[in-house]
Design a binder for this molecule. Sequence first.
Ligand code: ADP
Ligand code: MG
Length: 319
Amino acid sequence: MNNKPKFAIEADKLTKSFGSKTVVDEVSFSIKRGEIFGFLGPNGSGKSTVIRMLCGLINPTKGQGFINGINVTENAELIRKSIGYMSQKFGLYPDLTVEQNLNFYGQIYGVPDHKLKDRKAELCGQIGLNPYMQNKADQLSGGWKQRLALACSLLHKPSVLFLDEPTAGIDPVARREVWDLLFDLSTDGMTMLVTTHYMDEAERCNRIGYIYLSKMIAIGSIKELIDSPELRNLNSYQVSIQGEPSMAIYAYLRSLDYLKDITIFGRNLHATLPNNLSIESLKNLIIENTKCENLSIKSSEPSLEDIFVILTKKQKANQ
Ligand code: ADP
Ligand code: MG
């Protein structure tokens, strides 16, 4: 019989107040083993504070966190053995070499000396750090610094990994390489909670949670979010518009105050139309008012970014 709990990470109404300010307000979610969970939300919405509570670094004011079914607050020392935490400003030592940083973190995480050599070799092979072992951390590019930080947080073979903005400020190729590594780790069964501001990264996650002003306002797979009642019961729908010259169409659409959220996506314009305006009517309006050619308008699924904009506006309106 498998006695392992179904969820690797659970937040049960986690709440944190600093003085009179509540910065995390009854946040609940559960993450299955092996899942990559994307944790999104604007700066200051409470993401890092949730992570710090789940790592046992700070105590919740109310609510509880569980790692592999074990209460974090009651077993903070035990929990630390099974989690890795790559914080937003992971503390690499710039004057130490890659190898010395790994040795240092090996000691911090209590990896016995006789195991550390093999573990370093295994990780550096997987992460590709071998050619850089004798380089000072300071000399590494942003992407390699992040990979070293990742290696440091994995030395003790945690089963759960918290990554707080692991790809902030690194170039797109390095971002993709870091994500390839995360997928490798996830296929090995590791559970991950990752915060990011990048929509393309969020789309790579199995599920997403969106926190806004200290409250979790949406949670689910992208499909579940798109199909959610909040997005289904709108009095509007999304379209994608193509035509030349696109800037003339854009300027015209902006002049119509009943159209919302007009944005440019490459050669396409995205707009939100009220349900009582058909695609055909909009087409006629654009043709009459601009000298455009090759006009095409199609209804489109909202992008993840659209979803967050819609949910954020709804939340604001309800306050
Ligand atoms: P995020 O990671 O989403 O950017 P944080 O969890 O870092 O957000 O912060 C949420 C809010 O809590 C912010 O307003 C921040 O200023 C506040 N905060 C975080 N840590 C502390 C602290 N130790 N004392 C007081 N306020 C804090
Ligand atoms: Mg943060």
